[in-house]
Design a protein around this ligand. Structure first.
Ligand SMILES: NC(=O)C1=CN([C@@H]2O[C@H](COP(=O)(O)OP(=O)(O)OC[C@H]3O[C@@H](n4cnc5c(N)ncnc54)[C@H](OP(=O)(O)O)[C@@H]3O)[C@@H](O)[C@H]2O)C=CC1
Ligand SMILES: N[C@@H](CC=O)C(=O)O
Length: 346
């Protein structure tokens, strides 16, 4: 049976997943049981397409590459163009909505309402958008359960590095007492480049060109992106209802080349660190730049790589290192969820 997919948003990550589905379609079907069929794409600037039998995704990707939009997709019987996100979610024959619009760090919208509309229409949601999980995790997971559909969000923390599945599945049975990590690719990339002599602004520009940064990079630089990831980790992995207003948060905007040089002269390196520590009645969480000695394993994590350490009472500390951002890496995070939906493991 084909697994019909609708993309809501078709930027860096949406195209990353589409490329994987296009390049690996046969292997995914024959070896992993995922017969992915993209039936719809809805994006305010690139355009919107829906065909109940499926779109030619290779053609779609070629059009985006060549023209920046999909409005010149060849007309054919049954093709519908111009549907907005909600119409696509409600009226398409998609089984799963891939929600890859921007992360709204104030309200989580319109992504939260996209999820609700999908569940109301009996559709699964997989997303790398952090807003809905950070702000409405409990409500959305309950709603998905009641409607008998699935909610996947592996890519919301550390892109395609399984920072959520690993503790939930492989470390299950442990009590996780502390989580500590580098959880933003853009700022880690900027700090690494500044250490090599590049200016803050040039390094940020490169991170944007590489597809690591948020649509509004203030979210990366001021730490709001990490704040959302901390809230997700506390709620999903530690089962504590932490809210964003409970977390102390400082970004890296104020760090100067002088600060970077000072750290270097002391045999240290700046990293934007997140910490979540279990307390008697919940957790205490904070985010901020810290100077780490070069001997600290986190000091060696560079560029858009991220790392997270889970302090577990039975297994001891376990650290996961991998991509924190990126087109293919985050596209892959959505693939993990899609395959697991078909396996009945999500
Ligand atoms: N890039 C990365 O490495 C990672 C990204 N993420 C998250 O994944 C999500 C997607 O990221 P990314 O692809 O990089 O972001 P982009 O900004 O490249 O893509 C988002 C797309 O969604 C479109 N969009 C905005 N509003 C709507 C709407 N209402 N309906 C449909 N489409 C809409 C945007 O259009 P327009 O440009 O016109 O606004 C844009 O094309 C974000 O939430 C991000 O936080 C998570 C992990 C890593
Ligand atoms: N902008 C984010 C993308 C992934 O969540 C980052 O740089 O880590």
């Amino acid at each position: 049976m084909p697994h019909n997919i609708a993309f809501i948003g078709f930027g860096v990550v949406g195209q990353g997943l589409a490329e994987i589905l296009c390049d690996r379609g046969e292997t995914l079907r024959d070896s992993h049981g995922l017969d992915a069929n993209v039936v719809a794409i809805s994006d305010p600037v690139k355009g919107s397409l829906y065909h109940p039998d499926g779109l030619n995704i290779k053609r779609v990707l070629q059009l985006v590459r060549e023209t920046g939009h999909i409005r010149d997709y060849p007309d054919q019987p049954g093709l519908i163009t111009g549907w907005d996100s909600f119409r696509t979610i409600r009226e398409s024959n998609a089984d799963t909505v891939v929600e890859v619009t921007f992360t709204n760090v104030k309200t989580g919208q319109p992504a939260i309402d996209h999820c609700k509309a999908a569940f109301e229409s009996g559709k699964n949601v997989v997303m790398s958008n952090k807003g809905p999980v950070a702000l409405a995790y409990r409500e959305l997971s309950q709603m998905a359960r009641e409607k008998g559909v699935r909610l996947g969000y592996e890519g919301t923390v550390m892109s395609g590095t399984p920072a959520l599945r690993m503790p939930l599945v492989s470390l299950t049975g442990n009590a996780i007492t502390e989580v500590r990590g580098i959880l933003n690719g853009t700022t880690n990339y900027i700090l690494t480049k500044m250490e090599a002599g590049m200016s803050f602004d040039d390094a940020l520009r490169e991170a944007q060109e590489n597809g690591y940064a948020e649509a509004d990079p203030t979210s990366d630089i001021e730490g709001y992106d990490v704040l959302y990831k901390v809230v997700i980790l506390a709620n999903v992995v530690m089962n504590v209802p932490l809210r964003r207003e409970d977390v102390e948060c400082e970004g890296i905007r104020h760090l100067t080349q002088g600060d970077i040089e000072k750290a270097k002269s002391e045999g240290k390196r700046w990293k934007l660190l997140a910490r979540i520590k279990k307390t008697g009645d919940g957790v205490k969480a904070n985010i901020g730049p810290e100077m780490l000695p070069l001997s600290d394993p986190l000091a060696g994590v560079s560029g858009a790589m991220n790392a997270i350490t889970y302090d577990c009472d039975l297994s001891g500390p376990i650290t996961l290192v991998g991509a924190g951002a990126g087109r293919t890496e985050t596209g892959f995070s959505l693939l993990i969820d899609l395959i697991n939906i078909d396996r009945g493991q999500l």
